[in-house]
Structure formats: structure tokens, C-alpha cells
Design a binder for this molecule. Structure first.
Ligand code: C5P
Length: 216
């Protein structure tokens, strides 16, 4: 096994966006690049953890020393999380699509003479909330929250609603999504810790150090 403060710890991390098919050539997506999640996975592996990285569609190489599982949709991500449990720690960084199309078309949707297609949406499973209720709930369950306003208030509400232990909240009103820096607030039952704007790899290291401090 590996050495380091997280040696012997199995850590499940989700990262990236999900793609929800509309038809064989189109999908619903979001601006997540996967960079923050991949940086966290890299930092965790460097600290000796057994990292299981479940990634949506991204353009990033796999950091050294981990297992990566690639998925496309929210439902595939939920199934991969289920298949990867148990874990000591789960950090759900993925920007999972809230909705998918109720039924993706089997053939490419064609333009018709004026009538616009209507996309019927269905709600995706909430992987984080589901994991919080699962009998195999990891001892430390960390969620992320991308907010454009009232960041801390929304994160505190999310912590309670989802049943996780920490929410890492960031303000995405600027160009955080896809960018290289992140200003985050760590929201827990004990209070709020705010970090200044840092490169995503430093956010990752600080977060994994904080996790190593509480996981013994
Ligand atoms: O509700 P919201 O999408 O803002 O919550 C964000 C947090 O919940 C993130 O940790 C994200 O990975 C997780 N999430 C999830 N499954 C969803 C939606 C969000 O795991 N369907």
C-alpha cells in the first residue's frame, strides 16, 4: 500500500459535468471542466489514499495512482457510485445535471416546417442526498455547492437538505467554472471557514489536509 496521512483510506470522488442525451447527436450539459474534482483526486492520492475517481465527460488526463471510472449521464454516475461503495470518505464535486430529457429520441430530431420541438424533462437522482441516506454512508460525506448569490446561506440550507457533513461552497458568478482559481467557503455544522481565492490545486491540497485532520 501507499504511505501518507490518508494511507488505507478509500476515497470516492465524483467530478466533471454529466451529459444528458436529447438525441444521438445532442445533449444537455453545463460548464464544469472537472478541474477542481481532478485536483482533489490528485491531492488525495498524493496523501496515500485509495482514490476511486468517477468522472463525467472531461478533457483531462487521469492523475497518477488512482482508479478512474468514466460515465456520461447522471444515472450512470449514480450507478458507478453505488458499485464503488463502500468508502471511508466521499467528495462529490461533480456538477450533475438536475434534469435529463424524459426520453431521448432514438433518431436525430429533424427541423420541421415551423413547429418547434419541446423538450420534456425528468428529474435526475440526487447522488449526494441518496448517499447520505444509504446504509453504506461514508464516515465523511462532502458536497460542493456552486452558487451565484447568497453563497453561504444557500450552502447552509444545502448542508441540512442533503444530509452531508460539509459543503464546499463557491461563488460561480464570475468565471470560476472552467477557470483555474476558486474562492471557497467550508460550511459545516460547526460554522464557516472562508479561504481566499486560490489556484484549484491549492484548494484541493488544503481540503485534503483538513480532511486528514478529522479522519483518524
Ligand atoms: O443541489 P446542487 O446541485 O446544488 O448540489 C450540489 C452537490 O450535490 C454537489 O456535491 C453535487 O455533486 C451533488 N449532486 C449530486 N447529484 C445530483 C445533484 C447534485 O450528487 N443530482
Amino acid at each position: 500500500g501507499k504511505a501518507g496521512p490518508l494511507a488505507g483510506k478509500r476515497i470516492l470522488i465524483t467530478a466533471g459535468p454529466t451529459h444528458e442525451p436529447i438525441d444521438p447527436v445532442r445533449y444537455i450539459a453545463n460548464r464544469s471542466s472537472g478541474r477542481q474534482g481532478f485536483a482533489i483526486a490528485e491531492a488525495a492520492a498524493a496523501m496515500g489514499a485509495d482514490v476511486q475517481l468517477i468522472s463525467g465527460p472531461v478533457h483531462l488526463p487521469t492523475p497518477p495512482g488512482m482508479t478512474r471510472i468514466d460515465v456520461e449521464t447522471a444515472r450512470e454516475m449514480a450507478a458507478a457510485v453505488d458499485a464503488t461503495l463502500p468508502a471511508d470518505i466521499a467528495i462529490l464535486v461533480a456538477a450533475v445535471a438536475d434534469w435529463r430529457t424524459a426520453d431521448a429520441a432514438e433518431q436525430k430530431i429533424k427541423k420541421t416546417g415551423g413547429a418547434l420541438p419541446v423538450l420534456q424533462l425528468a428529474e435526475n437522482p440526487d447522488i449526494l442526498a441518496g448517499l447520505a441516506r444509504d446504509a453504506r454512508r461514508p464516515a465523511l460525506l462532502v458536497g460542493f455547492a456552486a452558487e451565484t448569490e447568497n453563497v453561504i446561506e444557500h450552502a447552509q440550507a444545502k448542508l441540512a437538505r442533503k444530509g452531508c457533513d460539509w459543503i464546499v461552497a463557491n461563488d460561480v458568478s464570475g468565471d470560476v467554472m472552467g477557470g483555474s482559481e476558486n474562492a471557497v467557503h467550508i460550511v459545516t455544522a460547526d460554522g464557516v471557514e472562508s479561504w481566499s481565492n486560490l489556484p484549484k490545486d491549492q484548494v484541493a491540497r488544503k481540503l485534503m489536509e483538513k480532511i486528514a485532520d478529522v479522519i483518524r
